[in-house]
Unconditional design. Sequence first.
Length: 347
Amino acid sequence: METVLRPVAVIGGCLVVTLVAGWLLDQLLRRADARHPETPLWGLLRRCRLPFQVVLCTTLLRGSYRATLILPQHAFVVGRLLTLVLIASAAWLAVHIATAIVDSTYARYAAVARDAARLRRVRTQVTLIQRVVTAAVVVVAAAAMLLTFPPMRTVGASMLASAGVLGIVAGIAAQSSLGNLFAGLQIAFGDTVRIGDTVVVDKEWGTVEEITLTFLTVRTWDERRITMPVSYFTSKPYENWSRGGAQMTGTVFWHLDHSAPVDLMRDRLEQILKETPEWDGRGSGLVVTDTTPHTVEVRALVTAKDADDLWTVRCAVREGLITWLVAHHPYALPRVTTSEAVPRPRH
């Protein structure tokens, strides 16, 4: 009877202690969050409750499983399994703590930042730093789990002799992956492209949605996602419309008849822009830029605070002026002048 009650009592006690400790930790973090509303760190650390409980429960079981006679015929297997769970849960807890610290730091900076471009830069750097820390913790945890097996220690010692050759082979095989890894770090700290930037790559216009250590995702205007290696942005030219500021200037062209009322079009352009909320008021203008034997080319210049608003302004100006010309000055639209054919001479 004792062999049954003792394990049940110990496991039940470990679970009770774990639940109580998790509840107390959550209450302490909740009070700290209420006392310090200026930082979200304490609220973010509440996400660590579950991994903390797993670590605590595994630690208690790891230290008492032999004395409580839990599966005495398989004590070695139970101990090895608890050790692996403890390492994995500790890595899980470390990742959650690191993520909470990084997110809290970024949130505090974003609350006081005034420069949108610099905020996007910090966001990109913070995201990549978080991924690097997560990858490092996972690698260390995996290595620690492997080293708990004695055969792996022997294999590791024997492999040190050939580490130089293996390193060269691995370096050649992983050349592309390593190139993308260093390119990701270069993008993060070189400030060449950031999350939220408007870019044009391979004649596709979109917004940078995600940057990892190996790839970058661009969301196009029609909601498609273009995924490409980050090395593309360090080895090939591309357009970054957000570099140095998101404000942009755009043009709208019309091909009209030579009799088009250019002065009246200028006045109408100003009216259309005043009725378009996306226009930022920085500048506008309308001039004749070219002529042909049949038409003139008229160009309007407009401005907006970013690429999305600029597209809206250009469409509104193009549609508004065409509609106005059709309704009030139809003679200004391009037309083909014809005349009667000369009759063929009689012989």
